[in-house]
Every structure is written in structure tokens, then in C-alpha cells.
Design a protein around this ligand. Structure first.
Ligand code: 6R9
Length: 654
């Protein structure tokens, strides 16, 4: 990958040093890198001591049968106890665990740790009454309401692995996950609020249950339903209302400690084939890494911080950085049910102002959307409480990074660009806010305890200034243990490319300083006339143009060049329709930023981009449009009508 494209990316002159007071009081200092390098397992041993164990482990890591790892061997603990009970026992019961903000204005609730404990105990007792035992799987299909967190923790308390399915997924997606992991119970709600209106969930559950009944009769025994919106729901003999069953239960429950390797949850994520992969996380190692990274990367001060992770619990960020990490660290968090634009486009900033949020963790796609809406919206609110900003999910373009830092962070707030995956369970590569001189666009270096590298096709580490594939070279506590029910696919997908290395599926570059730039999935790397071009790099170039809010680039097949670059661009509101020469202007701009080779063959100005609910652009669908194919499966899109808008624009343009 020694080509011009890779050489180009990473020439970022800007550096942002940590604010002096943050550096002086930082949770993680430069010494942590040395300690972890000196003895990695001893380092992780100390991180595991953040948790309360009923029985201590006798071995930090058993790697005798790679890639099947066992961490904290012999240790026993309960994840829910670590997230809730122990804080109440330590006298922090009255502390707020969640400032819950419903989408309808004024619909809020503060939940203290003692209230959370009581509700988790009630839910655990209720699930026990429904026959749920340790090892049984429970599916959770919910909006962003307190009961969702309660349900997850109740499952963890019983040792019943949960599988949270994003509330926007289709009935089919829910059914296939329920079948794959064999869930006996589904916890859901009548609906949730979205853009001012109740959005039903229960009909999709009914449909999913009908499907599972057809394939595996009797698999799903009960459906536990929270009343959130009060919409009419159809009732079957499997259905039980949460308020009927849970509310009357005792508010105490004695929990059992489970083996460190007891399954905590299964989270499905899409792979390169159509069948989603059930990523399995276990208890001790996962919780250790979630707690350690949340404390270290976000410099969490539990006494004073108000932390807000905007991710939905339906994806891994919601698991590690909305539920398990923050609660293990006794954090006060915001939990918001709705969308950023209801009832107005300043809703998030109003929440930051009202709750004096100090740490905000969100995704580049949201940041670029706010950029598009204009600086005057956040300017109306007092955001001075913010002291740290985080980004996850995609490469963050330098322009978006700087906008985030300046416009949301007031120019002084560090941004941590955190690289990790469902599979890694916790942050692997990130600046440390009290240590790193961060470069916009780079996730910088692996955090202490993690061994990441960039290798070439042969699996050899590349020198600084070159690109290749991102790998993890040592096991880590929150690593996926396998794919649910499919050890073979686990080995094949992640561990068979190079011996002893975890293949992340991302392309990356080491710049001249050895800092890492994640270029996106290797399947998003294009090959134009024998040159490798990164979709991310061209997107960044487009977004750096003053008229552009957001861009998605795909490689489409081309008879002459192998692949050609096709770009979809959303303009900023202030740019209007961009003017008559907008396409030429943008092509020239890319040529100027990267080189003529990167000039998009085609640029489409579009009103929206197709995104998954976790904010990832679905380039596959854009390729379908660009190659004049019927648009493929849109079931994982946040808004499936977006493709109609884009396809309509395409046919009128050609
Ligand atoms: C946490 C999460 C994982 C994929 C990953 C990569 C992309 C995530 C990133 C990033 C560049 C970052 N990704 N964080 N790319 N910079 N800071 O997103 O998990 O949904 O499994 O996605 O997301 O491509 O491989 P998941």
C-alpha cells in the first residue's frame, strides 16, 4: 500500500495538546504505557481489581488453546452486583445513575443507584418467575427507556445472556437473532417516541414470534411488555405486562457469582456475508476492559462528571459505554430516548446545558449532521460544562473533528477518537486526553494494555509512513470469545489470515510519527487503475470544501480503470443548491486535495445518505445505485425511504 493516497493521508499539521489542568489530574498518565509494556498481564491484573470479585482468579490469561481465550481463570463475580449493588453498599445509593430524558419535552426521570438496584432486583425476580435460569438467553427489543437498562442488568444478575436487538430493526432481523441464539423470553415495549410520535414495537415482536413459531414451535415462551406509549397492542397468551409482573416483586434479590468466562451477552453484527454474526462476550474480562477504558479514555471523575453517550443500547457502544462501563464506575449518565432534531435541532445542546454534561461521546455522522445544520444552533446554548468529547463508529474527518472541538468544545476541549469494534468489546486505539498531542483524524496509538499494529499482506509490520491491515497482536480481556454456535467461522473470520493475529477487517496507515489512521473497512478501499484509494480520504477531501456537509464515496466497477470513484454529497444549507458549477468545483477540489487520480468520475448531490441505525453509511446500496442495479436489502437502514430519494435523483440526473 505504498501509494500516493496513503502518503497523502496523515499529513496533518495541527496538534492539540491536553489542557494543563486535565493533564495534571489525569486518570491515565504516560506511565501507564510503560507499566503495560513492562508486564501486560500484570497491568490487566490490576485493571481487574477495579471490580469486586466473590472469588479471585488464579491465572490472568489462559491462552493454551488459541484463539480461544480464558481471562481471570477461576475468578467469580456478578456483573450486575458490580454495576449497582456495590455502589449502594458503599453509600452512594442516592447518587443519580441516570438522568433519563424522554423524547416528549418534560418527560424526565432521575434514577438513583438505590432505585436502580430495586428495579433490577424486581426484574430479576420476575424473570425467575418466568422460568429464566442461568445460561438461558433473553432477547431485548426496546426503546431507550430506563426499563431497557434494568432488563439488561436483570439478565446479567441471573447469568442469562441477553441479546439486545436494536428497536428499529425489522421483525425478520429480530426473529433470526432469536432463533440463532435460542432466546426463551423477549422483553419489549408497546413502542417508543420518535420525532414526536409513538413508534410501535410490539407488532414487529408479534410478527417475529409468528416466524419463530413456524421454525421452532415453543422456543419463545414469554413476551414481557413495558407500557411506554400506551398504544393499542394485540395480546397473545405469551404476553405479560411488565407493570403486572415486575412491579409487585420484592425489591431485593440475592445474586449468585458466575465464572469469569460465563457468557454475559451476544451482540449480532453484520459480516461480509448476509448472515449476522453473534459476537459472544463473557463476564470478567469484558467488564474489566469496559470499566478500565471508560475510566481512562474519558478521564472519568465519578464525583463530578455528568457523562452522556448518545449511542443506542442496540449496538455495542450502548453496551460498553452506556451501561456496563459507566455503571461499573459509578457514573452519573444521561440517557436520552429521542432524536437530535425533535422538537428542534438544538435538543442535544439543550440537554447538555440543562444537565451540565461534562463528557459527550457520539459518532462522526451526528457531528457532520450538526455541521450541516449550522453553527448558530449550538451557539444558542451554554455548552461550557463540556470538558471532554469522544467520537466512535467511523473515521472522523479532520474537518468534522475540528468543528466538534471548536464549536461544541469551545476550542479547548480534547476530542478522543476511539477505534474499536463489537468484537473488541472495548476501546483499543485512542488518544489519552491527559497525555496525547492529538491529531485531527487520527485515532493515534493503542491504549495501554493493547497491542495493535498495521501489517502487510504477508503479516509483517509495516514501517512508519506505510499502510496495510489493522491487527491486534495479543489477546485482550474483552475480546470476543467466539461467534455464537460457530467456532469455525470465528477462527476463519478473525484468526486465520495470519498466525496468532486478530484481523480487524480495517485498513490503516502508520504516519511518519507512527500514529495510526484508520482508513475504513478493507472492503471500502477502492482500486482505481492499480492505485489504492480510500473512501475515507476522498470523503474527507470533499467535506473539507466549504459547501459540503457530508459525503459518501464508493468504488464502482469500470471497464477501463477497474474501479471508478463515485461520490454522493450533501451540501450545507448555507450553500443552497451549490451553484451551476458545483460538480466541477468539487472534482477540482478533490484533485487539489489528493491528486487527479482521486477525482470522482461522478458526483451526485443528494438530500440524504443511507445509514444504518448505528450511523454507518451503507456504501453497498450506493454502489447498487451507481452501477444501475436494483437496490439490495435495505432492512438495516435507519430510514428505508432514503434510497427512493437517492434513486429518484439518480434517474433524473442521467
Ligand atoms: C464501536 C463500533 C466497528 C467498525 C470498525 C471500523 C469502524 C469504529 C472507528 C472506526 C475509524 C474510529 N470504526 N470506530 N473507524 N475510526 N474511531 O463502531 O463497533 O459497530 O462493530 O463497528 O467501525 O471500521 O471496524 P462496530
Amino acid at each position: 500500500m505504498n501509494d500516493t493516497t496513503l502518503a497523502n493521508l496523515g499529513h496533518e499539521a495541527r496538534r492539540f495538546a491536553p489542557p494543563a489542568d486535565l493533564a495534571a489530574n489525569a486518570n491515565l498518565t504516560a506511565a501507564a504505557y510503560e507499566e503495560a509494556a513492562a508486564d501486560r498481564l500484570a497491568f490487566w491484573h490490576r485493571q481487574a481489581e477495579r471490580l469486586t470479585w466473590q472469588t479471585p482468579w488464579h491465572q490472568v490469561l489462559d491462552w493454551s488453546n488459541p484463539p480461544f481465550a480464558k481471562w481471570f481463570v477461576g475468578g467469580r463475580l456478578n456483573a450486575a452486583y458490580n454495576c449497582v449493588d456495590r455502589h449502594v453498599e458503599a453509600g452512594a445509593g442516592e447518587k443519580v445513575a441516570f438522568h433519563w430524558v424522554g423524547e416528549p419535552e418534560g418527560d424526565t426521570r432521575d434514577i438513583t443507584y438505590v432505585q436502580l438496584l430495586e428495579e433490577v432486583c424486581q426484574a430479576a425476580n420476575a424473570l425467575t418467575e418466568l422460568g429464566v435460569r442461568a445460561g438461558d438467553r433473553v432477547a431485548i427489543y426496546m426503546p431507550m427507556i430506563p426499563e431497557t437498562v434494568v432488563a439488561m442488568l436483570a439478565c446479567a444478575r441471573l447469568g442469562a445472556p441477553h441479546t439486545v436487538v436494536f428497536g428499529g430493526f425489522s421483525a425478520d432481523a429480530l426473529a433470526s437473532r432469536v432463533l440463532d441464539c435460542g432466546a426463551r423470553v423477549i422483553i419489549t415495549a408497546d413502542g417508543g417516541y420518535r420525532r414526536g410520535a409513538p413508534s410501535a414495537l410490539k407488532p414487529a415482536v408479534d410478527e417475529a414470534v409468528a416466524k419463530t413459531e413456524a421454525e421452532q414451535p415453543g422456543l419463545v415462551e414469554h413476551v414481557l411488555v413495558v407500557r411506554r406509549t400506551g398504544q393499542d397492542v394485540s395480546r397473545s397468551d405469551k404476553d405479560v405486562w411488565w407493570h403486572d409482573l415486575v412491579a409487585g416483586q420484592p425489591t431485593t434479590h440475592t445474586c449468585e457469582a458466575f465464572d469469569a468466562e460465563h457468557p454475559l451477552y451476544v451482540m449480532y453484527t453484520s459480516g461480509t456475508t448476509g448472515k449476522p454474526k453473534g459476537i459472544l462476550h463473557t463476564t470478567g474480562g469484558y467488564l474489566t476492559a469496559a470499566a478500565y477504558t471508560h475510566w481512562g479514555v474519558f478521564d472519568l471523575k465519578p464525583e463530578t462528571d455528568v457523562y452522556w453517550c448518545t449511542a443506542d443500547v442496540g449496538w455495542v457502544t450502548g453496551h460498553s459505554y452506556l451501561v456496563y462501563g459507566p455503571l461499573a464506575n459509578q457514573t452519573t449518565s444521561v440517557l436520552y430516548e429521542g432524536t437530535p432534531d425533535f422538537p428542534h435541532r438544538g435538543r442535544w445542546w439543550e440537554i447538555v446545558q440543562d444537565y451540565k454534561v461534562t463528557i459527550l461521546y457520539t459518532a462522526p455522522t451526528a457531528i457532520r449532521t450538526f455541521m450541516k445544520w449550522g453553527d448558530e444552533i449550538p451557539a444558542k446554548f451554554d455548552l461550557s460544562s463540556l470538558r471532554l468529547l469522544g467520537s466512535v463508529g467511523e473515521p472522523i474527518n479532520p474537518e468534522a473533528y475540528v468543528w466538534y472541538r471548536e464549536t461544541i468544545g469551545g476550542g479547548e476541549t480534547p476530542v478522543v477518537d476511539t477505534w474499536w469494534q463489537t468484537e473488541t468489546g472495548a476501546i483499543m486505539i485512542s488518544p489519552l486526553p491527559g497525555v496525547t498531542n492529538a491529531k485531527p483524524g487520527s485515532a493515534m496509538i493503542p491504549i495501554p494494555g493493547v497491542a495493535a499494529d498495521v501489517v502487510n499482506d504477508e503479516g509483517t509490520s509495516v514501517p512508519d509512513g506505510s499502510g496495510g491491515y489493522l491487527v491486534l497482536k495479543e489477546p485482550w480481556p474483552s475480546m470476543l470469545r467466539t461467534l455464537w454456535g460457530d467456532d469455525e467461522r470465528f477462527v476463519e473470520t478473525y484468526w486465520s489470515r495470519w498466525k496468532g493475529m486478530y484481523f480487524a477487517g480495517d485498513g490503516a496507515k502508520k504516519d511518519e510519527d507512527g500514529d495510526l489512521w484508520v482508513l475504513g473497512r478493507v472492503d471500502d478501499v477502492m482500486n482505481v487503475s492499480g492505485h489504492r484509494l480510500s473512501t475515507t480520504e476522498i470523503e474527507s477531501a470533499l467535506v473539507s470544501h466549504h459547501k459540503v456537509a457530508e459525503a459518501a464515496v464508493v468504488g464502482v466497477s469500470d471497464d477501463t480503470t477497474g474501479q471508478a470513484v463515485c461520490a454522493y454529497v450533501i451540501l450545507r444549507s448555507a450553500a443552497g443548491d451549490g451553484g451551476p458549477d458545483i460538480v466541477k468545483e468539487l472534482r477540482d477540489h478533490v484533485a487539489k486535495e489528493i491528486g487527479a487520480i482521486a477525482k470522482p468520475r461522478q458526483i451526485m448531490i443528494v438530500p440524504e445518505l443511507p445509514k444504518t441505525r448505528s450511523g454507518k453509511i451503507m456504501r453497498r446500496l450506493l454502489r447498487d445505485v451507481a452501477e444501475n442495479r436494483a437496490v439490495g436489502d435495505v432492512s438495516t437502514l435507519a430510514d428505508s425511504t432514503v434510497m427512493n430519494l437517492i434513486s429518484a435523483g439518480q434517474s433524473s440526473a442521467t
